[in-house]
Write a protein that binds this ligand. Structure first.
Ligand code: ATP
Ligand code: MG
Length: 468
């Protein structure tokens, strides 16, 4: 039996495994409080009483490799966990505790920001109304996303989830949006690939990378989500500018929390995840919002990513995050493998903000496309059996196929709004229908290579006639 000398501010380590420790001896403690043990800091995540009604604290060590042993003395800091932020965070690579791995400038302005702060209240928010242009024509026209929205990217592995987020970041090059990319539990090689693709396209100066690779401890992977969220929240609240947060991906975040939870010896629930996993993700995503003008008018848009198994959207974590977010982009493996890239399933993808966050011109041009695409799938199935098709059905099928071809887009090449409008109006005017489906992509590539200012001034009809 361990005899523990009680004091308000100190205790001892009772047990230790993989960065998760159990402490005893405190007369009071609170969840989210920092403590110091040896040369490392830790965070209280769990409080309960043992049979003798002593307070037992479940806690996480920020640096699991530090020399901590059972029986070592622990000092409570009476502080909430914070990170040091400032404008130097823009364009930097940080670790889950906010320490700089790589920073392009001298550190001058510094603010302490609480890692787990409360989400902005309803009073301080306003409706989402400004569009966030992703540069992906199928998203901007059919499933528009607004600044301050939380849009889930859900799909099987290797279906282009990360590519959609990275394209959205690349498209902000000349905008005023600051981006935070948080790869959670990914291979270091994939993270470097993403980083290099940002550097090559001159995007690294407005993107902060918060890295917790697969080799990092579960504690670091769990913390990185919250640190990323506080970084984007910092820009939204203190600098009153719009920010963008990509959490890639939350399924690995849930797995990391499950590992911590099981090490804390708490009872597992469905699929061995803790019962509170919904709260873990909701308090992370609730911080994304569009603030009212009285509170600065900043916004934080979130793109959490969830990986599904065999397209099963009814899994525990997937359904949880679907119900927390304001819509989802469902990426279908079938579409992706059949060459429709990005493989966005228009039927299963939704945005709860709707066209409220869409530019009026785009609203007019893309009004009927979603319905047409949904009808195309049914018509294609039906036309396989019918020997003779009516003229109307043949017309709809041809138009649908061209529409589908038009929405194909390579990753790493976001398209500006004027060019998107031009392409959609070409389809509206049935100009593209006069050419072969196989030649649609060639025409579009020639059209995209026309400088944007020409696309704005000269009507798309004239350009396309010249190109055809
Ligand atoms: P993971 O599950 O491993 O995280 P993911 O779903 O994030 O994968 P990506 O890494 O974005 O998928 O993309 C997988 C592959 O598909 C990459 O090689 C990428 O280049 C390719 N890809 C993605 N989108 C497109 C596209 N629109 N056109 C062509 N290739 C694409
Ligand atoms: Mg990915």
């Amino acid at each position: 039996m361990v005899v523990v000398k009680s004091s308000f501010r100190s205790g001892v380590v009772l047990s230790l495994s993989s960065g998760v420790v159990t402490l005893q001896g405190f007369l009071s403690a609170w969840v989210g409080e920092l403590f110091r043990v040896a040369s490392s800091l830790g965070l209280v995540v769990n409080l309960y009483r043992d049979r003798c009604l002593n307070i037992v604290v479940g806690a996480l060590l920020f640096n699991p490799e530090s020399a901590v042993s059972v029986g070592i003395r622990v000092e409570a800091c009476r502080l909430l966990a914070t990170i040091v932020l400032g404008f130097m965070s823009i364009g930097s690579i940080l670790d889950p505790l906010g320490n700089f791995i790589l920073t392009p400038c001298r550190i001058d302005a510094q603010y302490r920001w609480v890692i787990e702060s409360a989400a902005p209240s309803i009073i301080s928010r306003m409706s989402v109304f400004e569009p966030l242009e992703t540069g992906i024509i199928s998203v901007d026209s059919l499933i528009p996303i607004g600044r301050g929205q939380r849009e889930l990217l859900v799909g099987d592995r290797q279906t282009g989830k990360t590519s959609i987020g990275i394209d959205s970041i690349l498209n902000q090059k000349y905008g005023s949006l600051l981006c935070v990319y948080v790869p959670i539990g990914q291979k270091a090689s994939s993270i470097i690939e993403v980083f290099l693709s940002l550097v090559v396209r001159d995007a690294s100066f407005y993107v902060s990378l918060l890295v917790a690779a697969a080799s990092s401890s579960a504690v670091c992977q769990f913390m990185s989500g919250y640190t990323g969220s506080s970084l984007s929240e910092f820009f939204m609240l203190s600098s009153e500018i719009p920010s963008f947060l990509m959490l890639d991906d939350l399924s690995k975040h849930a797995v990391a929390y499950r590992e911590i939870y099981l090490l804390l010896r708490r009872p597992p629930g469905r699929e061995a995840y803790p019962g509170e996993i919904f709260f873990v993700h909701s308090r992370l995503l609730e911080r994304s919002s569009k603030l009212s003008t009285a509170f600065g008018g900043g916004s934080c848009t979130s793109f959490p990513v969830i990986e599904t198994l065999a397209g099963d959207v009814s899994a525990y974590i997937t359904t949880n995050v679907i119900s927390i977010t304001d819509g989802q982009l469902f990426l279908s493996l079938e579409l992706f493998l059949s060459g429709v890239k990005p493989g966005i399933d228009v039927g299963l993808s939704v945005t709860r903000v709707g066209s409220a966050a869409q530019w009026n011109g785009m609203k007019i041009l893309s009004g009927s496309y979603k319905l047409e695409l949904a009808q195309l799938v049914e018509l294609q199935a039906f036309s396989q059996f019918a020997a003779e098709l009516g003229a109307e059905t043949i017309y709809r099928l041809a138009r649908g196929r061209i529409l589908l071809e038009m929405l194909k887009q390579c990753n790493g090449s976001p398209i500006g709004l004027p060019q998107q409008l031009g392409v959609l109006s070409l389809c509206n005017q049935d100009i593209i229908r006069t050419i072969d489906v196989d030649r649609v992509q060639t025409l579009l590539q020639s059209y995209y290579s026309v400088p944007q200012w020409v696309a704005i001034i000269v009507p798309s009809r004239m350009i396309s006639t010249a190109l055809i």
